[in-house]
Design a protein around this ligand. Structure first.
Ligand code: ATP
Ligand code: PRP
Ligand code: MG
Length: 235
């Protein structure tokens, strides 16, 4: 049932009793920080920060919009199952999610936030080109298993992929892997760990994602929000 959450709209005296509460899922940290200015452009503010609160649901100044703060890689799942109508996630996360769980998500807008790139990196001194030329079998540590499998298959390089969930930069330093495939932004983390980028795989930015059923049944309320994000992200 499309009922309005009483906690959030207790002070709203509306004649549209059946107006739905729209739920936006996003991760804390850089995506939340980069989303705040886009919401502000749409006239929406968030009083509390997930950085300083243990709450997971945040009301906004729009009584019909609330935020769910979840792990970055869980955002597509919340939106795909309709627990959130709309979400914000990196292209990296969306690609991996889409390979495992295709369908159900509409990606209308590149918000051009949380910009980085997916790259292959190795320990300084490791001759990656020579290893590739010799047809060596490489061990690659990554959280992006599908991107890695496809990237190295396209290059005709044999790889054993080791799935990690973070701090990929450590793997080549302790002999767990020959190379990593991870996101790079300033390159500071690679430099701090004496790694060098040897391949730029893709540019990455974060996208708005929308549950397809929500878009059909709640278009009247969702479309203005999508349009506001589109306008704000073009500034
Ligand atoms: P978790 O901490 O739950 O494992 P995560 O590390 O993917 O998730 P974030 O670091 O907040 O979470 O990254 C969210 C998204 O931001 C990534 O999917 C990617 O698109 C982008 N991103 C990741 N690292 C950077 C970075 N250093 N600079 C800019 N954007 C980044
Ligand atoms: C991300 C990513 C790299 C780093 C790259 O880590 O996994 O380690 O940023 O950014 P840079 O090129 O500007 O150094 P993050 O800060 O998200 O930490 P995490 O391990 O908690 O994901
Ligand atoms: Mg991260």
């Amino acid at each position: 049932m499309n009922t309005v959450n009483d906690n959030v709209v207790a002070d709203v005296n509306t004649t549209e009793q059946d107006r739905p509460l729209i739920t936006l899922a996003l991760s804390k940290g850089r995506i939340f920080e980069d989303t705040l200015p886009l919401l502000a452009e749409a006239g929406i503010s968030v009083a509390e920060s997930p950085e300083s609160s243990r709450k997971l649901i945040f009301p906004t100044s729009d009584p019909y919009l609330r935020l769910l703060v979840v792990r970055a890689s869980d955002v597509p799942t919340y939106v795909q199952y309709g627990a959130a109508d709309i979400g914000i996630a990196g292209k990296d996360v969306l690609y991996e999610h889409g390979k495992e769980h295709p369908g159900g998500l509409y990606q209308p807008i590149d918000l051009d936030i949380a910009k980085c790139r997916l790259s292959v990196a190795v320990r300084r001194g490791f001759d990656y080109e020579a290893a590739v030329k010799q047809g060596a079998r490489l061990r690659v540590a990554t959280k992006y298993v599908n991107v890695a499998r496809e990237h190295f298959a396209r290059k005709g390089v044999y790889v054993d992929i080791i799935k990690l969930y973070g701090s990929m930069e450590l793997a080549p330093l302790v002999g767990l892997a020959d190379a990593i495939l991870d996101v790079v932004s300033t390159g500071g983390t690679l430099r701090a760990n004496d790694l060098v980028e040897v391949e730029d795989v893709w540019p990455v930015s974060s996208r708005l994602i929308v549950n397809q059923a929500s878009l059909k049944t709640r278009a009247k309320y969702l479309q203005p929000l999508i349009d506001a994000f589109a306008k704000a992200s073009q500034k």
